[in-house]
Design a protein around this ligand. Structure first.
Ligand SMILES: Cc1cc2nc3c(=O)[nH]c(=O)nc-3n(C[C@H](O)[C@H](O)[C@H](O)COP(=O)(O)OP(=O)(O)OC[C@H]3O[C@@H](n4cnc5c(N)ncnc54)[C@H](O)[C@@H]3O)c2cc1C
Length: 392
């Protein structure tokens, strides 16, 4: 289906990918972004990338995303830095240790290159890490990191080359039946499209609610910091401490700091909390012998759904949603943007995407925010939520 007129709402990692793929497939695409490209969560993300998921569809999306990240590396200023990812649990934290073992086992079932190591073996492999208190570690080798903002700008440039009209500083309201958008600062005119993709991140629920479509999404704060002290080791997530870290051009980037409380997508605290900085700097000292020199610390928003899975699909005729990533939205964006573009065009999508259909919910569900990065030990499926392995 070519020449389909499509509006994409949101210029984050998902929106630019979808717009790019739609244009390459021949659609006539306009992307509307209320601020600058990447000014939402994508510009605040940590940029930890891996495909070490235990669920079929998550593993497939993760692998596809990494394939695209690698292919893009070297284009328009985007670079994918290869780096292994270590998920570990401490001695005495038996439930999490068991969850890490189970998760690694299930990742291997999906042919993900993941090894299970003891603390001693981990120490031999990565001498920069403190490992004497580690009960077990899962080491994923198909992983890396990047600057998320550079992905957005690189793909946006490719999207422009493919013919996408990108309109920044253009907040829109969405309408359904027929699909359309109205730009806030323009005369009250609704532009009609054959399809509208709402990839508006933390604003998605509000944008769709204003269009009369209810989706169960809650924005919540997560936090990160950059320390200037040198760090030359793998990426790691200490599940017992709930802290992750990765190398950064200035030293090291670390985070977690989930605040599992629904945030207002406009009114929220952009700076990191003091408790978060204290917690993380303590863990960095313990785990990596890293004496932190905090250059900056910040917060951003992730979006939760009742079951921890995204909302990816049609919510009204010709109106599609792509949101609810629960903290893993950046690393999967090349695959989820691709998937929603395929859905719009009626093309084949990756196996399993259909389980993310938004109509599995009524939209008015009450639910608690599941933290985006814990290794859960509450017996969910195999005892761990394999998506929540520390990467936001
Ligand atoms: C501190 C932190 C660390 C993170 N680390 C990671 C990580 O390591 N790996 C990972 O996978 N994920 C991570 N995440 C999560 C990740 O940032 C998000 O899941 C991802 O960026 C979502 O991308 P998106 O395109 O869906 O949304 P966004 O990037 O938020 O883009 C949505 C865009 O829509 C725009 N918009 C909203 N309303 C309108 C409107 N009405 N009209 C026009 N435009 C509109 C917004 O301005 C915004 O730019 C992290 C998040 C934070 C906060």
């Amino acid at each position: 289906m070519t020449d389909t007129r499509v509006a994409v709402v949101g210029g984050g990692a998902v929106g630019v990918t979808a717009a790019h793929d739609l244009a390459l497939a021949g659609a006539d695409v306009t992307l509307f972004e209320r601020g600058d490209l990447g000014s939402g969560s994508s510009g605040r993300a940590a940029g930890v990338l891996y495909d070490a998921y235990a669920e079929d569809v998550d593993a497939a999306l993760g692998a596809r995303a990494l394939e695209r990240f690698r292919r893009l590396s070297g284009t328009n200023g985007f670079v994918f830095e290869e780096c292994p990812y270590v998920l570990l649990a401490r001695t005495g934290d038996d439930d999490r240790a068991e969850a890490v073992r189970d998760a690694a086992e299930r990742m291997r079932v999906h042919d993900r290159p993941v090894e299970t190591l003891s603390g001693a073996e981990l120490g031999e492999r990565f001498p920069t890490l403190r490992t004497d208190d580690v009960a077990v570690a899962a080491v994923a080798s198909n992983a890396g990191w990047t600057d998320p903002a550079s992905y957005v700008s690189a793909v946006a440039e490719l999207a422009r080359d493919a013919g996408v009209e990108i309109r920044t500083d253009s907040e829109v309201a969405v309408t359904t039946t027929p699909p359309g958008v109205a730009v806030a600062d323009e005369a009250p005119v609704t532009r009609r499209y054959e399809a509208v993709v709402v990839a508006a991140g933390a604003h998605t629920k509000r944008v769709l609610a204003d269009a009369g479509v209810a989706v169960p999404l809650k924005p919540y704060r997560v936090q990160a910091l950059v320390s200037r002290a040198d760090y030359d080791g793998p990426m790691w997530y200490d599940a017992s401490a709930g802290v992750y870290a990765r190398p950064h051009p200035d030293g090291l980037l670390a985070g977690d700091g989930t605040v599992p409380v629904e945030a207002d997508p406009d009114e929220w605290e952009r700076d990191a909390d003091d408790w978060f900085v204290d917690d993380v700097t303590g863990t960095l000292r313990d785990r990596a012998g890293h004496d932190p020199d905090v250059a900056r610390a910040w917060a951003g928003l992730c979006t939760a759904t009742p079951d921890g899975d995204p909302l990816l699909g049609e919510v009204a005729p010709g109106v599609f949603v792509a949101a609810g990533w629960q903290g893993h939205g950046f690393m999967r964006a090349p695959a989820t943007g691709e998937a929603v573009a395929a859905q719009v065009l009626g093309a084949e999508t990756a196996t399993g995407i259909e389980q993310f259909t938004p109509d599995r919910f009524d939209g008015d569900e009450t639910f608690a925010i599941r933290e985006g990065m814990t290794v859960e030990t509450d017996g969910r499926e195999n005892g761990t939520d394999s998506r929540d392995n520390g990467t936001d």
